[in-house]
Design a protein around this ligand. Structure first.
Ligand SMILES: Nc1nc2c(ncn2[C@@H]2O[C@H](COP(=O)(O)OP(=O)(O)O)[C@@H](O)[C@H]2O)c(=O)[nH]1
Ligand SMILES: [Mg+2]
Length: 226
């Protein structure tokens, strides 16, 4: 017998077990605890000791990495957003609840810096992704309005090659209608279906409105402490 109250079938972008209320709440509580900026590193030999699990946020410049980190921890200026470019050239480490680090990677697709400088940042990002034993997952951010672009495909290739587990997160979903954001997530999931290191769930988020943040917090906790 069909139940008129039953939830609609899951969207292809959200297969598998979704988090239950207790898991979402546990993640919310951790992300409400103390979050602080630890350090920025401009070279591999400046990284902190790999003594806590880390999850890293990667994506093109302006995709919303810093805004998403701020929104996850409900702090407006923890990871500085766009206005302070110096910081964006380093690998920035934030410690959450003294048990997990959130890592803001240099953006790729720089328009305003020289090719040589851009390469240097990207090399640092790549070196971090390849050589970090405590890196549990990378969140590759994609603007929900634009979808995967050639520079993103390069980043995905590098992640697949490094065999680092990564999950795609769509940003700025508030700029789309709900149905459009869902469709963008489904299309992105279809586009990465054959990529070996891609986690088979795509989240649509908004740092501005909070969409998808409870689920992303739960994903991060699950990945970090699995
Ligand atoms: N509407 C909207 N704008 C956002 C969102 N996240 C970031 N932005 C804007 O996008 C721009 C770049 O964000 P930023 O976090 O600095 O990107 P980053 O370069 O990847 O760190 C800023 O103007 C943000 O205000 C979002 O969820 N919704
Ligand atoms: Mg930033």
């Amino acid at each position: 017998m069909s139940d008129p109250e039953a939830a609609p079938p899951p969207s292809p972008s959200t297969p598998g077990p979704v988090f239950d209320a207790a898991e979402l709440e546990a993640a919310r509580v951790i992300f409400a605890r103390q979050a602080e900026f630890m350090m920025g590193a401009a070279a591999m030999d400046g990284l902190p000791a790999p003594d806590l699990p880390e999850v890293a946020f990667a994506g093109r410049s302006n995709v919303g990495k810093s805004s998403l980190i701020n929104a996850l921890v409900s702090r407006h200026r923890l990871a500085r957003a766009s206005t302070e470019p110096g910081r964006t050239r380093e690998v920035n480490f934030f410690v959450l609840d003294e048990r997990l680090r959130l890592v803001d990677l240099p953006g790729y697709g720089f328009a305003k810096v020289s090719r040589g400088t851009a390469r240097k940042f990207q090399d640092l990002g790549r070196a971090y992704l390849r050589g970090r034993p405590n890196l549990k997952r990378v969140y590759l951010l994609i603007d929900a309005r634009h979808g995967l672009k050639p520079p993103d495909a390069e980043a995905l290739d590098a992640l697949d090659k490094a065999a680092v587990s990564y999950q795609i997160v769509l940003t700025k979903a508030d700029k789309l209608k709900a149905g459009e954001a869902r469709a963008a997530a489904d299309a992105t999931l279809a586009a990465i279906s054959r990529r070996p290191a891609a986690y088979p769930r795509v989240l649509a988020t908004s740092a501005e409105k909070g969409d998808g943040l409870p689920e992303l917090r739960a994903e991060i906790i699950a990945a970090a402490f699995a």
